[in-house]
Design a protein around this ligand. Structure first.
Ligand code: ATP
Length: 521
């Protein structure tokens, strides 16, 4: 067995459903493709990840580290609307350019993102039938590869379908039986449209935001004018974003409604390179600190030709990527860290008509005036954007935590980092008599008072103790405290450690301190 065996996505999804982490949205009506809801455990897990981000990004930026300029990193929060004036999306380029070229299959009615379709042909025979097309990591991939192997043996060539242009007459679609059923790629705007007001005419069109970032850019000046921050500083927000993804798939990884955690960090253009490296490295460390360590997490610097047009001039773009079971042996993006140059602020300066008024006046820069003080400099700050997906982070945490263990009654346990565990501790009376439930209730209540803001403290007296442990293993609860007959005489409880299954006895009044130390609070 390799050090890192690929886990079964079906088993992870089944546990998520069974234990109330994730449910299909609108399930009793047959669900709705690309939308997922979080159950009681999932909602708390997601909140814990969002809270960890908020704490480490906004309340105690970068764990109190200094930035490359030697000063503490400054970040302020924001909470902007999902619906903005549509001009925001014209300026950002989303109305004109937020398009994924999309290919339909006339035979199966399936729809594919053109840049997701790979193809296999005979060597030098890309323009002859048959060319086998497939989506990477889909069931069709294995089928098409098998057919290609049979047809071409070693004399084969693999490429992106889109390299063929628009004529797919000789191509066998990923799920098709006949040749030539794929349509040419067509642009498809990913923004969800809605109407404001009652008349619902073209003039009333508005969009659900496809990213939280633009809500930050449009308030750059407000934040400067109403707070004490000055460049370099960042604005951070978390919130829902919506994209009408052509092919939502892989559980919550590509959803149509999801949540982002974004920072726009404004700095002087001369410092952009240093701040880019700083954020890239710290963001990677942050994900590691939550238990996504080891070979499953990588930092990948984009090749030059992958970069967005505005980023070509910049210091670069990197992704923090996780090896999900459905991407293995490859990786999927958790967070992108991009040097966006001054593209967004310039766009908003132009489209809003504010022009140079959106520039930042930096009194610490510029030539010295006769009084010896700098004259100041006006400029559009450059932006480093660490943009993370909360739902993808939750999915990575779920996949990483999922640990099969045939020795346990549950057959599996969820090894969450204690900071993320939705249930921080469970308290069990061994039996429902002799005053044990009352003692358990007293302990649970004391723990809730102290740790309730971090997650749930479960109190459970149903079923056998073995079944209760098994339930907590699947919920990923790191510590279970059991009140038994000894407790009644010596006021100690049994602590069961989730990961090692070790059990020890602790004085009941020492439990809060014990748990606090383990949770690192
Ligand atoms: P992808 O290439 O996977 O479509 P992207 O590069 O378009 O992602 P960004 O626009 O950089 O993504 O968005 C920032 C983050 O938002 C991503 O790193 C990801 O974690 C999250 N995200 C983007 N699209 C989705 C989606 N459809 N479902 C869930 N999370 C998403």
């Amino acid at each position: 067995m390799s050090a890192n065996p690929v886990k079964s996505m079906d088993e992870i999804m089944s546990l998520c459903k069974r234990r109330g982490f994730v449910y299909p949205a609108s399930e009793i009506y047959g669900g709705i493709n690309g939308f997922w809801d979080y159950g009681p455990l999932g909602a708390q897990l997601k909140k814990n990840l969002r809270d960890a981000w908020w704490q480490d990004v906004v309340m105690n930026p970068c764990w109190g580290r200094s930035g490359p300029d030697g000063n503490p990193v400054e970040i302020v929060p924001l909470d902007s609307c999902i619906i903005q004036n549509p001009k925001v999306w014209e300026a950002s380029g989303h109305v004109g350019g937020f398009n994924d070229p999309m290919i339909d299959c006339r035979e199966t009615k399936a729809r594919y993102r053109a840049d997701h379709v790979r193809a296999v042909s005979g060597k030098g025979k890309r323009h002859e039938a048959p060319v086998f097309a497939f989506i990477k990591d889909s069931p069709a991939e294995a089928k098409q590869r098998k057919a290609a192997d049979k047809k071409f043996g070693d004399e084969q060539e693999e490429f992106d379908l889109i390299e063929l242009g628009t004529d797919f007459a000789h191509v066998l679609g990923p799920d098709a039986k006949e040749l030539g059923t794929l349509t040419p790629p067509r642009a498809f705007n990913l923004m969800f449209k809605t109407y404001i007001g009652a008349t619902a005419t073209e003039d009333d069109i508005a969009y659900l935001r496809p990213e939280t970032a633009q809500g930050i850019f449009v308030h750059f000046k407000n934040v400067i004018d109403t707070t004490r921050v000055g460049v370099p500083f960042g604005i951070a927000q978390t919130g829902k974003a919506f994209r009408n993804e052509v092919t939502p798939r892989n559980f919550t990884f590509r959803s149509r409604e999801f949540e982002q955690m974004e920072i726009e960090f404004f700095c002087h253009p001369d410092q952009a390179k240093d701040w880019y490296a700083f954020w890239r490295d710290w963001r990677m460390e942050w994900w590691k600190s939550l238990g996504l360590a080891g070979d499953n997490l990588i930092l990948r610097e984009h090749d030059r030709d992958e970069l967005a047009h505005y980023a070509k001039e910049g210091a670069g773009t990197s992704d923090v990527e996780y090896r999900f079971p459905f991407t293995a042996p490859g990786f999927g993006e958790l967070e992108g860290i991009a040097h966006r140059t001054d593209f967004d602020l310039r766009q908003h300066a132009e489209h809003s008509g504010l022009g140079d008024k959106l520039k930042y006046f930096d009194s610490t820069r510029g030539e010295p005036a006769p009084n010896g003080q700098p004259k100041g400099e006006k400029y559009f700050p450059h932006v480093i954007e660490p943009s993370a997906g909360l739902d993808r982070g939750v999915l990575a945490a779920l996949c990483e935590a999922f640990t099969p263990d045939p020795e346990r009654p549950s057959g599996v346990y969820m090894k969450f980092h204690p900071r993320l565990s939705p249930i921080k501790a469970a308290v069990f009376p061994l039996v429902k008599k002799d005053g044990m439930p009352e003692k358990a209730a007293t302990l649970a209540s004391a723990l809730r008072k102290k740790f309730g803001h971090l997650g749930a403290i479960e109190m459970d007296e149903k079923q056998s103790i073995g079944k209760r442990y098994a339930r907590m293993d699947e919920a990923g609860c790191p510590f279970c405290f059991t009140i038994d007959s000894d407790t009644l005489t010596d006021d100690t409880v049994t602590v069961r450690h989730r990961d090692t299954l070790a059990q020890e006895r602790v004085a009941m009044d020492a439990v809060p301190a014990f748990l606090g130390e383990k949770l690192g609070v």
